[in-house]
Design a protein. Structure first.
Length: 85
């Protein structure tokens, strides 16, 4: 299997994924899954990495877009919490 092929295990877990794990991915280290720590109502566990869903040349851009979106949403929720308290 080449580096760009999705393993049968990852394909079964994430049927909408179309790319093999990115070698040296800074998020999953090339495994296709990354560990996410428990936070709030989210349980800790392995989650799919974006590198199996987007072309590898776009991983850094998509990561940046997610970080910006998360920061905006976090600020919105904090502002909403401050208004209700």
């Amino acid at each position: 299997m080449s580096n760009n092929e999705l393993s049968g295990e990852l394909r079964a877990k994430y049927p909408t994924a179309h790319h093999g794990p990115m070698p040296g991915c800074p998020h999953c280290q090339g495994t296709g899954e990354r560990w996410v720590n428990a936070r709030g109502s989210f349980k800790a566990g392995y989650r799919p990495c974006m590198c199996i869903f987007v072309e590898h040349k776009h991983v850094a851009l998509v990561a940046e877009m997610f970080q910006e979106m998360i920061a905006r949403e976090k600020a919105r929720l904090e502002q909403k919490g401050n208004q209700s308290g």
